[in-house]
Design a protein around this ligand. Sequence first.
Ligand code: SF4
Ligand code: SF4
Length: 392
Amino acid sequence: MSTPLGLEENELIACVSCGLCLPHCPTYQVTQDESRSPRGRISLMRGVESGSLAITKEVIDSMDTCVQCMGCETACPSSVQYGSLIERTREVLINERKLNIRLRIGLWMLLRMKLLMIGSRLLALIQRSYLLPNKLLPISSRIPLSGERYRQDEDPEVIFFTGCIMDAWLPKIHKAGLSVLEALGVKYVVSGSAVGCCGALHNHAGLRSTAKEQATKVMTKLPPDLPILVDSAGCGAALKEYKELLKTEEAKEFSSRVYDIHEWLVKDQRWEELSSNEKKTSEKVIVQDPCHLRHVQGVHNSVRELLDPFVECIELDDEGLCCGAGGAFSLNQPEMSSEIRDLKLQSINRAGGHTVVSANPGCMIHLETSGVEVMHPIQVVEKLIYRSKTDD
Ligand code: SF4
Ligand code: SF4
């Protein structure tokens, strides 16, 4: 018999209500409200599935305010698959939920690369004309006035995934990643605007059928067999999760070829040789782990491994608590998103006044908006590699 949310009972009763996930849940941390915690959300799902609870506004708000950071999933000793539960719940509730108009337009634009590029150029002009105050703009760092052209090598060894919004707004990070590959002699092709968006934000917003269509498009358009390198933790997580999204053998094979760029580099012999000749500088950086790198992909330590030959990595004291960006969360829940960011800023302040490194464009933009100096780790690596080459 089908249930309102279509969840399995054994998935729900896996939660033993121990509460060990609560300190790792950013929405519980800022509200101290049980309905804003993983335990509370699972309990509401259980109520709906058993028929004892209707799908009320309270239930929808509880599900809507989840950042989907997966901090609870990695903290849970009972291996509750919270990510799968909340994704499917939000998909079922999509018609009841309120996706704000900015988010709806944004998600629509991400699937139309030409329009996204035109819109981004307009935004770049507005930024330079000072027609709007900075706080009304979605990004504080400068969007480039023209699109980026990338090299495409013959006989590539890897595919470099460029995505959508990152390609339009932050191509300087892609350029840094490609420069590091070039320094190692790695031949590459980039996915480019013909492939475009991975569908991560659509899945995050509960638009699973759009995310599935996009996943199929990406898989069809990218060349087969080659490793796929990604410099956005959110996109990397989404591409690695195509196997769960589509549940096909092709998707499983595709996902097995996806690597976060830091994860791939630290395993490469050429990187080992290059970095072993480096001298450590006196520079220090604060490492902020994007949730999609730490809790979803579990490869956050490769950022430290990559940076360690060059700079001192300073740790935050919040055990990887989310920064509040959360894919589309900052657009749909702006107040809670900025309350969560305040917790992160307190942790950054306690770590000292150093540059923050974050391997996810969403986290970078979210933190930069509050005045923090943020770089992508691959930008730090590129800067230091080329500085030491110039010094030689
Ligand atoms: S989700 Fe896991 S950690 Fe959280 S209350 Fe349930 S069993 Fe405990
Ligand atoms: S995914 Fe994040 S915000 Fe959602 S319940 Fe888990 S810890 Fe809380």
